[in-house]
Design a protein around this ligand. Structure first.
Ligand code: SF4
Length: 389
């Protein structure tokens, strides 16, 4: 385009050419001005456009930023909501867990009476939360609680009985003397041979001491025990016509016979109510908060004040049964105990139900009992005879 215009100007006369030049200059100037104006206009327009674009861009950016902010806010809000929801869920879960735990806890702590037929089974009957604070317990409240516990024990151990095998008062007397420092099981495994050799006080009084010692050796402390058996047999033969006396004051005059042994014989061979304070009985009545005494005679006197005489013998059996099966000396099986409700010592022993269940003994733990000849209503298995005898 520019080469064609230059060629046309070069072919005109000088004046005209000058005019043309001037005119051309004017035109050129005008054109330039116009172009400039146009350019300016274009620039302005462009600028305007640019400005517009920039503004639009800014607006868009602002919108984007706003949108981002809004989105961020929404996200944050959503996150916050999610957190709250989670927190609520966690709280709810925690609460639910606590509730579950709470609902499980009574099951753990719950008292469950273990009837004879289901002895050793997991606690089945829930009761109210165990009593703990006994500081302010009145005497009346304690007596009521103690009697309630005795009734509960009677439901758990309706078959409670002396755990020594015996056929008459003389055998029970000898077996009780032998039970010192050993288990009833070991005595029961020992006495069949002893009573086969010496069935009466007269027979035993005439026994060869060494043979007698050998027969009772498995029970431990056999020399001292043999001396007691010889002494009491001789006393029965010489002072009581070969009969076991039915009075406490007479029984305690026999060699090797103390108040505990006398009460066992009176309660179980003569039907005379008696409280037997052995190691199990003493430990449990202190755990139960029935007494704080440690001397057996004082324990006996305080317990006798709480219960009617008619309950004394069976109360003794129930408490001893519970001590041997559940409320052990070192580790009571609290988690499997059927009388937790009224026991202020709940928690002294194993609380986990499964672990506690493993601590149960004899029929409660699915094991043989202590008697080789248990009563007919005993729900467990008889004890085996001593190996080699
Ligand atoms: S101390 Fe434990 S096992 Fe013993 S009676 Fe109390 S709750 Fe039962």
């Amino acid at each position: 385009m520019s080469a064609g215009r230059d060629s046309a100007v070069g072919e005109q006369a000088p004046a005209e050419a000058a005019k043309a030049v001037k005119s051309g200059e004017k035109v050129h100037k005008a054109t330039t001005r116009k172009k400039s104006a146009a350019t300016a206009a274009t620039g302005t327009s462009a600028a305007k456009k640019t400005t517009g674009k920039t503004a639009a861009a800014k607006t868009a950016a602002a919108k984007t930023a706003a949108a981002k902010k809004t989105a961020a806010k929404k996200t944050a809000a959503a996150k916050s909501a999610a957190k709250k929801t989670t927190a609520k869920k966690v709280t709810a879960g925690g609460t639910a867990a606590k509730k579950t735990a709470a609902s499980k806890t009574p099951a753990k702590k719950s008292a469950a009476k273990v009837p004879a037929k289901t002895a050793g089974a997991a606690p089945a009957k829930a009761t109210a939360a165990p009593t703990r604070a006994l500081k302010d317990e009145s005497r009346t409240a304690m007596v009521r609680r103690a009697r309630r516990m005795n009734r509960e024990l009677a439901e758990v151990y309706p078959y409670a009985h002396p755990e020594l095998d015996f056929r008459n008062s003389f055998e029970l007397l000898c077996a009780t003397v032998l039970s010192a420092q050993t288990t009833d099981l070991r005595v029961n495994q020992t006495t069949p041979a002893l009573f086969a050799a010496y069935p009466t006080p007269e027979d035993m009084a005439a026994a060869d001491p060494e043979r007698l010692e050998e027969l009772i050796r498995p029970t431990g402390f056999f020399r001292a025990k043999a001396k007691s058996l010889l002494g009491l047999s001789t006393a029965l033969r010489d002072r009581f016509d070969g009969e076991v006396p039915g009075r406490l004051e007479d029984l305690v005059t026999l060699p090797g016979v103390g108040r505990k042994t006398a009460n066992v014989v009176l309660g179980n061979a003569f039907g005379v109510p008696g409280i037997t304070v052995d190691t199990h009985f003493g430990r449990l009545v202190r755990r139960f908060g029935w007494t704080e005494q440690t001397d057996p005679e004082k324990v006996e006197a305080e317990i006798a004040e709480i219960f009617p005489k008619s309950e004394w013998t069976m109360l003794s059996h129930r408490v001893v049964f519970h001590g041997r099966r559940v409320c052990h000396s070192r580790k009571p099986a609290c988690g499997a105990c059927p009388i937790t409700h009224d026991c202020p010592s709940y928690g002294e022993g194993e609380l986990d139900p499964e672990k506690a269940k493993k601590l149960l003994k004899y029929e409660m733990g699915g094991q043989p009992g202590q008697r080789l000849r248990p009563p007919a209503d005993y729900p467990g298995q008889p004890a085996p005879p001593l190996a080699g005898r």
